[in-house]
Ligand binder design. Structure first.
Ligand SMILES: [Zn+2]
Length: 263
């Protein structure tokens, strides 16, 4: 992870996004040297102003290019919106909206099914008494820390088995709690071991239990609660953080992979 102080100045941030957009640092029409201003680039020989943002999903934003880099950095570094407000001098709502935009443009998870030893567990997000409790099922490969997460409507056998078949390679060793819906995994080709939590057998599904805690703490840090309406996007973000960590090491990496994804 780079530090906030390493984020380049406005002209360099602007040049970076211009180059991503037009695959050149010079004028894409005449290849003359460009003047990089805050909101546009100016080609002296064509006498034309171009906006690099307009060709991307950054279009319409009032932030400077450097502010986009700074905001991206804050999001990648898991800083809460209050921190970003102080750094950029923009409103809290703006920060939250941009965090949501960054999530929305993450590439879909194309990673392979998990294999080897895999831990599986479900967790409840949100409070039942407010009527928006959501069940999430997750699988983790402890050796690589790769994960799969999915929101599920119930904990019926069919639902859980569908998730396992979609996320875990057959012949994997699957560790779960002793929920009866997992009982038939052996028949689907998995080597299945169930551990009874009521007897204190937690050790074998530690990693996935730990992940629930981490995600919930992150949501509380960002929003002060567990906002179930952002849940899907936060699960997608977390999957990307675990499965493609390079997207989160510096703003340039994210922009290279995500700036042109149409949503
Ligand atoms: Zn030109």
């Amino acid at each position: 992870m780079t530090s906030l102080a390493e984020i380049p100045g406005e002209a360099r941030c602007h040049r970076y996004i211009y180059q991503l957009t037009f695959s050149t640092k010079a004028c894409f029409r005449c290849h003359e040297k460009l003047l990089f201003r805050r909101r546009y680039v100016w080609c002296r020989s064509c006498r034309i102003k171009t906006s690099a943002k307009a060709a991307t999903w950054l279009r319409g934003s009032k932030l400077s290019y450097r502010q986009v880099f700074q905001l991206l950095w804050c999001w990648q570094a898991k800083k809460n919106p209050g921190f970003a407000v102080d750094v950029l001098g923009v409103s809290y709502t703006t920060v939250k909206r941009w965090y949501e935009r960054f999530r929305a443009h993450l590439p879909a998870d194309m990673s392979n099914s998990l294999s080897g030893l895999v831990e599986i567990d479900e967790s409840f997000f949100g409070k039942k008494k407010y009527g928006h409790q959501i069940i999430v099922i997750g699988a983790i490969e402890p050796t690589t820390r790769k994960i799969k997460l999915r929101i599920i409507p119930d904990r019926e056998q069919e639902t859980l088995e569908n998730f396992v078949q979609a996320s875990v390679a057959t012949n994997a060793i699957v560790l779960t709690d002793s929920h009866p819906s997992y009982n038939d995994l052996n028949f689907l080709g998995y080597r299945h071991y169930a551990f009874n939590h009521s007897k204190g057998e937690y050790a074998n599904t530690n990693q996935i239990k730990n992940l629930w805690g981490v995600i919930k703490r992150y949501m509380r840090k960002l929003y002060g609660c567990i906002p179930t309406r952002y849940l899907q996007s936060i699960l997608d973000e977390w999957t990307a953080r675990q499965n493609r960590p390079s997207l989160f090491t510096k703003p340039e990496n994210y922009l290279d992979a995500c700036l042109f994804r149409i949503s």
